[in-house]
Design a protein around this ligand. Structure first.
Ligand code: ADP
Ligand code: ZN
Length: 757
């Protein structure tokens, strides 16, 4: 309870500072860190959070305003989470007010109307909105009546089969099986086979499916040992961090489930972070199958009201397990006992805009502060995590074999320089891959083909003058998307109809350069007809698209799935016996010191999709660099070999995890301005004592690899040091300069950056 006459308040404004307000008499002793208050801020009215009490006003400030009112006296965040958010904002040099606002639920209704009465409409707008939850959906329940002797059409049969299996299904569930579910449902109702009901449901795709509870399998010896280590640590003070390194299919998920089950019996809560939740419906359903209604599934498809409801249930201890993508890190799990980060190497844990945090690092930190255990799991650990394990900062747990009898698949490396155009003549369908697909289809297997380029053709070139059509706002070429009938920029989404002639010389010979997933899909349909082809990339994954494609794959309604890195995620589909990587070199060419690591991870992960069922899997890597260590080690399923090569390279070149980096990005509509601002920030960094003494190096500024995006020119500079406090101190001096204003230029500071673009 704060009894001091002043408080420091965090406000949702892009400034890295706290604001002091006077506490009016009637609120003395009623506020706590985390209380939500209303304040006058200049001419604006804002809602903010109390950070701490203060006995004196800041020096040199003449007039201090009183708080306009208290909106929620009960701290909005549990103390553990609140302190963590404050610390995280500090670490990443991000305005605390913005971090708290993003993490908080919307104001409760009573507070909102009080706010409105006082004229705080702007503050209301600045808060996440409230909407009517859910929409009306038609649900069918199977009655006792038998369908024997009734004349039913094929769609009615199909729908009834689903209902026989599940008991209940929504129109949405049935849409995956029949064309017009609503009319099929009406006909079944007329037969008395089902009853119908309109129910308000949330849009949450993870809640539409009825949960089928499962039984925990008996763990194998390795799994049991891993679980025991973690549970032993959880007994102790200070808990500890673990790296669960287990090959694809080794039963890591089962280990997480057992750890959580045991810790739930001790009464503590769990937080599970997974990459891109829309792509891992299977993982989520396994948690729901084991823990049922105890699980709050947090994902970006939730409406604000749904998110808030989950938030408040976790906060109050009504729900104990939160599972979600990166932002689940800020879930208010009650009495946090364990944090799990599945596929910790995945780059989606890094937030690349606004509050740029690394979810995996923060998971370790939050757990540590809360005295909880933290388990990072991966088949292909990040160099950072494995290095922490090697240096004893994380306990290493290993699962070197698959949990079922399935063997790791055999990988063949095909040299694209030697094999071109197999029987079809298609440049990327080499003879080995072509024959492997034929064999796979003949044996009624399923194949996944990975190509990290969406669209039809990555660029369109005039065959007379060589002009490549560029985005008017970005320095990249436009990708042809034939289904959508446009040329599109992958950086700003600019789209234009593909003309029939060159915009530069008027020539009519336009060549499609390169190969995207759409084009590969077309070629496969032609070459392997009548095989059923589906595509999974950002264009098909929108909304429930990804769930639908993966569902069809699981039900074997798809023979070949083509896709971008979305196909490399943790899909566990027994029918998949062949995995082909069309062009393993794509990710090697990136101007990024992690290019080899990312390539190894993509290759090892996509290979791990094969042979999870009874039939052994087969994997083909096509590449122009067959001798590249990332390719060779992934083909040999040799993580440790890859790690040892790569960690040496990092040590020599002084990159993470040895030196730490801070990336400073500047952009402006005018190129000279962008460069001048970048130079000014660089000179501020260079003038800092830590740089002058050589402890921190300042690299750049230089134009970013993609020099212009959305019409703004981009410059970049890097700070590098193995002395973390000194590095932070230099970064903070740059952040201060940014807060001081840069005219029409913008700049951001990215601590421990992942993207080098
Ligand atoms: P990972 O998360 O490492 O990819 P999973 O936990 O998904 O591995 O396990 C791979 C497969 O093995 C799954 O189908 C899972 O049900 C099964 N499995 C895992 N552990 C066991 C076990 N102890 N006994 C039987 N099957 C298991
Ligand atoms: Zn663009």
């Amino acid at each position: 309870m704060i009894r001091s006459p002043y408080v420091e308040v965090a406000l949702p404004v892009p400034l890295r500072r706290r604001f002091t307000y006077r506490v009016p008499e009637e609120l003395r002793g009623h506020l706590e860190p985390g209380s939500r208050v209303a304040v006058q801020f200049g001419r604006r009215k804002l809602a903010g959070f109390v950070l701490a009490g203060r006995d004196e006003p800041p020096e040199g400030v003449k007039r201090i305003l009183a708080l306009a009112g208290c909106l929620e006296p009960e701290p909005v965040f549990p103390r553990e989470l609140f302190d963590f958010l404050v610390a995280a904002a500090g670490y990443y040099l991000h305005p605390i007010g913005e971090v708290l606002r993003a993490a908080a639920p919307a104001l409760p209704k009573e507070a909102l109307s009080r706010l409105r009465k006082r004229g705080f409409l702007e503050a209301q707008e600045a808060l996440p909105g409230r909407q009517q939850a859910g929409r009306l959906t038609l649900f069918a329940h199977r009655t006792e009546l038998s369908s024997e002797g009734l004349r039913l059409g094929p769609s009615q049969h199909a729908a009834l089969a689903v209902l026989d299996a599940r008991g209940e299904a929504s129109a949405g569930d049935l849409r995956a099986h029949v064309k017009s579910p609503q009319s099929v449902m009406r006909r079944l109702e007329a037969h008395g086979l089902i009853t119908l009901e309109r129910r308000r449901v949330t849009r949450d795709p993870f809640n539409l499916e009825t949960i089928v509870r499962d039984q925990a399998p008996t763990l194998n010896a390795r799994q049991a040992q891993a679980v025991r280590c973690v549970l032993d640590a959880a007994e102790g003070e200070g808990a500890g961090g673990f790296l669960l390194h287990g090959v694809t299919g080794s039963g890591k998920t089962e280990v997480y489930l057992h750890i959580i089950a045991a810790l739930r019996e001790r009464g503590v809560g769990a937080l599970v972070m997974v990459p891109e939740i829309a792509l891992t419906p299977q993982l989520v359903s396994r948690f729901r199958a084991r823990f049922g209604d105890e699980v709050a599934v947090l994902h970006s498809g939730l409406r604000p009201t749904e998110r808030d409801e989950a938030w408040r249930k976790l906060r109050s201890g009504e729900l104990h397990i939160a599972i979600g993508a990166r932002s689940a890190l800020f879930a208010p799990v009650h009495d946090l006992g364990v944090v799990i980060v599945d596929e910790e190497h995945d780059s989606s844990f890094k937030q690349e805009e606004g509050f740029r945090y690394q979810g995996r690092d923060m998971a370790l930190w939050r757990a540590h502060r809360a005295g909880a255990v933290c388990v990072l799991g991966s088949a292909t650990p990040s160099l950072e995590a494995y290095h922490l394990a090697q240096s004893g900062k994380l306990h290493l747990l290993e699962l070197p074999e698959r949990a079922t009898d399935a063997e790791l698949p055999k990988v063949e490396v095909v040299d694209l320089a030697r094999h071109r155009g197999g029987p079809s003549g298609h440049p990327l369908l080499t003879a080995p891959l072509h024959h492997a697909i034929e064999e796979c289809l003949a044996a009624d297997g399923q194949a996944i083909l990975f190509l990290n380029r969406r669209g039809f053709a990555p660029s369109v070139r005039c065959s007379s003058c060589g002009h490549v059509q560029q985005c008017p706002a970005c320095s990249v070429s436009l990708t042809e998307h034939r289904r959508a009938g446009v040329l599109r920029c992958h950086y700003c989404d600019f789209a234009t109809p593909p003309g029939t002639s060159c915009v530069s010389c008027g020539g009519v010979g336009l060549e499609r350069m390169g190969l995207g997933t759409e084009r590969l899909e077309d070629s496969l349909a032609e070459v392997f007809a009548p095989a059923r082809i589906a595509r999974l990339d950002r264009d098909t994954a929108a909304g429930r698209g990804a769930l639908a494609v993966l569902d069809r794959l699981r039900r074997h309604e798809v023979d070949i799935l083509v896709g971008t890195q979305m196909v490399t995620k943790g899909h566990d589909i027994p029918g998949v016996t062949l995995v082909g990587v069309m062009l393993a070199d794509q990710s090697l060419a990136f101007p990024d010191f992690r290019a080899a690591e990312r390539t190894f991870q993509l290759l090892a992960q996509v290979a791990g999709r094969a042979g999870r069922g009874d039939s052994p899997g087969r994997v083909i890597f096509q590449t122009y660099q067959p001798q590249h260590p990332a390719v060779q080690r992934a083909a040999a399923h040799d993580y440790l070999g890859f790690y040892e090569d790569e960690i040496e390279a990092r040590r020599e070149l002084d990159y993470a995890p040895f030196a730490r980096l801070v990336s400073v990005r500047v952009d402006a509509g005018d190129e000279d301005l962008a460069r001048q601002v970048a130079e000014r920030l660089a000179s501020i960094a260079l003038a800092h004592p830590a740089s002058r003494s050589g402890q921190v190096s300042v690299l750049g500024p230089a134009p970013a690899p993609i020099a212009r995006v959305r019409g703004r020119f981009r410059y970049r500079l890097m700070l590098r040091s193995s002395n973390r406090p000194q590095l932070r101190s230099v970064a903070a001096s740059i952040a201060d300069a940014i807060d001081g204003g840069l005219g029409s230029a913008r700049a951001s500071v990215d601590i421990d950056p992942v993207s080098m673009l």
